[in-house]
Design a protein around this ligand. Sequence first.
Ligand code: FAD
Length: 469
Amino acid sequence: SPVIVWFRRDLRLSDHPALNAAARTGRPIIPLFVLDDAVHVLGAAPKWRLGQGLEVFAQSLTRIGSRLTIRRGDALTVIQALIAEVGACAVYWSRAYDPAAIARDSALKASLSGQGVEAKSFAGHLLFEPWTVATKTGQPFRVFTPMWRSVQGRDVPEPLASPSRLPAPSEWPDTEQLETWKLAAAMNRGAAIVSPFVQPGETAAFDTLHSFLDRIPNYATLRDRPDLDGTSDLSEYLSLGEISPRCTWHAVQRAAMNGVSGTEPYLRQLVWREFAYHLMYHSPQLLSRNWKPEWDSFPWNTDATHPDVIAWKQSRTGIPMVDAGLRQMYVTGRMHNRARMIVASYLTKHLMTHWKIGMDWFADCLVDWDPAANAMGWQWVAGSGPDASPFFRVFNPQTQREKFDPNAAYVNRWIAEGQRDPPDTALAYFEAVPRSWALDPSRTYPAPVVELAQGRVRALTAYEGRKIQ
Ligand code: FAD
């Protein structure tokens, strides 16, 4: 009787402990993906990107003699039905760490164990399981640097090899057709516009990693420059599990052993991803509430239909560095980390808008959307999070531009207005947005919705009045 391997955010063959364990049983393997609407509350871009990833992943399974079965519905019901159909004796999967997935997986484990079906979860999404990392007093970390120090010397096991062949069942179960799921339906920015910027799948992930290894010596100096190609672009692959963090970690360590310099700042960044998961696992309120409750009384704007918020979402705040970041995200599904911090600071401080509104917009637009990194990033910038940037440190988008985009190359790549011959990237934004936004590249660039100095003073006044720590 077969083993079902339930794939979720781990669409890969390499370094996949659950798949390896299934292969070791010698039994036929049925790879399954379930679109569980209760848990996959995905925004438009991540949903579209998931579809891209599933298509490529199904092909890679076919190449090793297997087949991806996809079904839609409540995961427990779908899996129970499939077990009954194929007589499976076990279900294996890679762990997820957000509260909705944990509740679902625990319920599945309990129900399968009760009926004598082996239900087993494996590591795979992280370098370090969140419960294996703790402070000296055995508490979860709340601050990044001590966590980084505590894991720096730790052994990260070598990645597992991809299986070259997967044993097939005598008969494949029925599968739904991916096209019928219409995962691109919510992409009112044309999916065709985002497509050229996205190369889904495991092979593309390794190509991206290898090309980055040539550039890694410059990572520390270039990583803050949105105008340059200084970072790895691996986030969307890590987010969907098209590459494992372990493969990434070891590739970088090997490069270091071969004399490549400057690898440590990159490993540190990978541990920021671990930190986000550590926080979310131990304190799931990271996703939904101010980490520091004293922020609950702050007079945030919580109206997502406020004209300032609409201007921010439509990338016409009149602040070029802010609009450039937001437009880059709308067109490519990605945004440089420096720009993420700048646009988030402008929304939460100059526009005094609740970070959740920004977090939700990112969740709708990012192909690398990740629940933990997104929530941590927003709470960090807003000042409400653990180990956060202090609220009084308001990013000035203009001085940030001068420092990190010194030739205005990034701004010019994304802001068409005012340029005699705007590049295709800047024009693509106007093709991507819905007509109802009535945007036109030939118009003059808008005046700031909130002037920088005025917005800063307003935010700091509100903050000082409250004495929030
Ligand atoms: P690199 O600089 O090459 O970093 C390597 C990897 O380390 C990344 O791929 C990512 O997995 C991880 N990483 C780097 N920085 C961070 C960080 N600050 N927090 C957590 N992990 C990090 N990242 C996401 O993957 N998904 C999100 O939804 C997301 N939302 C964010 C929201 C805000 C407001 C902010 C400030 C940051 C957010 N980040 C998010 C973190 C970061 O911006 C991206 O991981 C990074 O820009 C991805 O580009 P890269 O792969 O080239 O990064």
